[in-house]
Design a protein around this ligand. Structure first.
Ligand code: DOR
Ligand code: ZN
Length: 351
């Protein structure tokens, strides 16, 4: 049995997967990775390192560095991705598909977010590569925002659907595309009505927070991520999708650690570190609207089914017991402020 709710205080589910994760590298990697491995069996590892992970050789070396940091008590499988650039070749795709370790390519529009300087300048430049991906079945993971200065930051996702995603799907109807970290009702509607090749990940912050939380009591740099938080109606639409039982919507935290001083800076960087208690946040938000019974499939089944990988065998248990989230965590030579740092979460992983 995949789900057992003994009372509403405890939830045992198949150990989930995180289909969107930033782990960074070096000391930072060793500081963060086991927050994830405690809660998740596998994770899609984003390739926006410096330098970006652009080929199988780099991805396999990164995979090895990740595994060296994994606590021996956990079985953890990093699902590696490559960073799509204007210069990615069809040979890169062939080698990636044959390796068995590369599960997707990530498409960052140039300038869209952290370490996206090597991103794609125009999607048409990648068409030969997309053709090869469609043939091999490798999914394209999309940071779905345009970066044009004439577009309001809150409209970037909706405009991306019109200007980029819709033509892309018309040209490659059988390319698997994951619309990452969706934030708007417009994106929910689009994915709901698209073909089964199209899916979307949903983060904890985009169902727990709205854009008021960026400014409540003063500017809140630790609530700044990209895509930026949206209005309450959008939060509700995304939460409704997450709890709908539609298998197109599955868990991807987009946990993105940055040092505290890089976020609390003159020009603060984008990213929310949710990995410390990500499942607790999802459980709290689902529970609050009486939809906790939808968590198991959202977290442990739909994403695996989309990627064509087996469900995990291990189980975890979540408990409804208030947990204080540490104000800061170690992060290389710096510190890191986790999501809800210094605050509480109503749910936590049973240790
Ligand atoms: O907020 C974000 N942080 N959004 C992204 O797309 C990238 C991420 C990061 O790598 O820091
Ligand atoms: Zn991301």
């Amino acid at each position: 049995m995949l789900i057992s709710i003994t009372d509403m205080q405890t939830l045992s589910i198949t150990k989930p997967d995180d289909f969107h994760l930033h782990l960074r590298d070096g000391m930072a990697l060793s500081n963060v990775v086991n927050h994830t491995t405690a809660q998740f069996s596998r994770a899609i590892i984003m390739p926006n390192l410096k330098p970006a992970v652009i080929d199988t050789k780099m991805a396999l070396a990164y995979r090895h560095r990740i595994l060296q940091c994994v606590d021996k008590n956990y079985n953890f499988e990093p699902l590696m991705t490559l960073y799509l650039t204007d210069n990615t070749t069809v040979d890169v795709i062939t080698e990636a598909a044959e390796s068995g370790y590369i599960k997707a390519l990530k498409y960052y529009p140039v300038g869209a977010t952290t370490n996206s300087a090597q991103g794609v300048t125009h999607i048409r430049k990648t068409y030969a590569v997309l053709e090869a991906m469609m043939k091999t079945g490798l999914p394209l993971l999309v940071h779905g925002e345009v970066t044009d200065d004439d577009v309001d930051i809150f409209d970037r996702e909706a405009v991306f659907i019109d200007r980029v995603l819709t033509p892309l799907i018309n040209d490659f109807p059988e390319l698997k595309i994951v619309f990452e970290h969706i934030t708007t009702g417009t994106a929910v509607d689009f994915v709901t009505h698209a073909s089964t090749y199209i899916a979307a990940t949903i983060t904890p912050q985009h169902i727990a927070l709205n854009r008021n939380d960026l400014f409540k009591g003063g500017l809140q740099p630790h609530h700044y991520c990209l895509p930026v938080l949206k209005a309450e109606a959008d939060r509700l639409a995304v939460l409704t999708a997450a709890t709908s039982g539609d298998p197109k919507f599955f868990l991807g935290t987009d946990s993105a650690p940055h040092a505290r001083n890089a976020k609390e800076a003159r020009c603060g960087c984008a990213g929310i570190y949710s990995a410390y208690n990500a499942l607790g946040i999802y459980a709290e938000v689902f529970d609050k609207i009486g939809q906790l019974d939808k968590l198991a499939a959202f977290a442990s089944r739909y994403g695996a089914d989309y990627y064509g990988i087996p469900h995990n065998k291990e189980q975890i248990t979540l408990i409804k017991k208030e947990q204080t989230i540490p104000a800061t965590l170690p992060f290389g030579k710096e510190t890191l402020v986790p999501f809800r740092g210094g605050g509480t979460c109503a749910w936590q992983l049973k240790k």
